[in-house]
Ligand binder design. Structure first.
Ligand code: SAM
Length: 359
């Protein structure tokens, strides 16, 4: 493990970095999609099979809107290939939009696909669409702004019976130990460093970013699994909400946080994806809810309160997570504000290890 220095106008932090690729900032909720991230999504065969299956069922003869088409124009091409009458493909990142234009022009569907630069919140298409495809799903399902984008799409961009692909997504949680997740101590993957720096540059300071874990595997769970988000994209799910779940500890050990991952229902009977069990491009997120490891035994109970509140950008949520562990030794409570860009640094021991303030 080495330290990389990040300096901003308020000071410097030493970022713990390792060649071990376990830990990344959660990147999907920031506008830094590049060739590598698009490549990973375009080659995520399980994801693409599920979304493609759902789109095939609804695209033929319809007007389709593809929100966040990306540089590869994946869903616009898929919809056109299934006989969509017209596809209005929107991309927020200028460079990705330019690549998408070239991709569309070189495809057999140049006369069907219209590629537009901007965010879905800004566009004014000539007609409403009957189908919307939008893969704005994060490792916490709502974290990339899917709910805000769908609320706006149902209000302005879709017909009253407009269908959305994917149809629904859950955020699932289970109790974990950071010591088991990061046996050599936490450190960001060296490959993740450029993304971390860009995120800090965007908000002009380092902060406690969400922590994404590569391939943790279901064996890291110490508890049963619960759903803290059950999102439907038909316009019925509120932007802000609070849920409570109770998890049972299933093996003896120690707990200091939660692992979050998604269960995706693309729609039309597509195979449901579980990003912890299936190999997909969604990395589970570790939320350090407790300040230190709490010893647990099989049969103990962890209650989780999960509050989703839209941040001040109006699109991306912040999450307030409260955990209460009832063990034979008593009751231990912990809480975490996992903000999209909340200016807080070192709020938990793991963040102080990862981003050490330099005096
Ligand atoms: C997770 S990627 C998906 C890319 C592609 N649709 C796919 O599934 O392979 C999300 C893309 O949506 C773009 N994006 C996010 N929110 C958007 C919005 N509200 N309007 C337009 N583009 C958006 C991002 O820049 C990024 O290219």
């Amino acid at each position: 493990m080495t330290r990389d220095i990040y300096t901003w106008k308020g000071g410097s932090v030493g970022i713990a970095v390792s060649d071990n690729p376990d830990l990344w900032p959660s990147v999907g909720e920031y506008p830094f999609y590049d060739r590598i991230l698009y490549y990973v999504m375009t080659h995520d065969h399980l994801r693409n099979a599920a979304l493609g299956h759902a789109l095939r069922a609804v695209a033929a003869g319809r007007r389709v809107i593809d929100i966040g088409t990306g540089r590869d124009l994946n869903w616009a091409l898929e919809a056109a290939g299934h006989g969509a009458k017209h596809v209005y493909a929107i991309e927020a990142i200028q460079e990705s939009h330019e690549m998408a234009i070239r991709r569309g022009a070189a495809s057999p569907y140049a006369d069907v696909i219209e590629v537009v630069h901007g965010t879905s919140f800004d566009v004014r298409p000539a007609e409403r669409a009957e189908v919307c495809v939008a893969e704005l799903i994060g490792s916490i399902a709502s974290s990339e702004g899917m709910l805000a984008a769908m609320a706006d799409a149902h209000e302005r961009l879709l017909t009253h019976d407009g269908v959305v692909v994917p149809a629904a997504c859950d955020t699932l949680v289970g109790a974990v130990s950071s010591r088991e997740l990061f046996p050599d101590g936490p450190a960001f993957s060296r490959k993740a460093l450029p993304y971390l720096r860009k995120i800090f540059d965007l908000y002009e300071q380092p902060f406690d970013v969400r922590l994404a874990v590569a391939d943790p595997g279901p064996e890291v769970l110490l508890s049963t699994v619960g759903a803290v988000e059950t999102l439907r994209f038909d316009g019925s799910t509120p932007l802000d909400d609070t849920t409570r779940v109770s998890l049972m500890i299933e093996r003896d050990g120690a707990v200091d946080g939660l692992l979050c991952w998604i269960g995706l229902d693309a729609g039309a009977g597509a195979r449901r994806l579980d990003s912890l069990l299936d190999k997909t491009s969604w990395m589970p997120v570790y939320l350090p809810v407790f300040d230190s490891l709490v010893r647990v035994r099989r049969g103990d109970e962890l209650t989780v309160e999960f509050e989703r509140r839209t941040s001040d950008d109006g699109v991306h949520p912040d999450y307030h997570v409260r955990g209460t562990l009832a063990t034979s030794a008593g009751v231990t409570s912990g809480s975490l504000l996992s903000g999209h860009h909340e200016p807080q640094l070192g709020t938990k021991p793991i963040y102080r290890q990862l981003l050490e303030a330099i005096r």
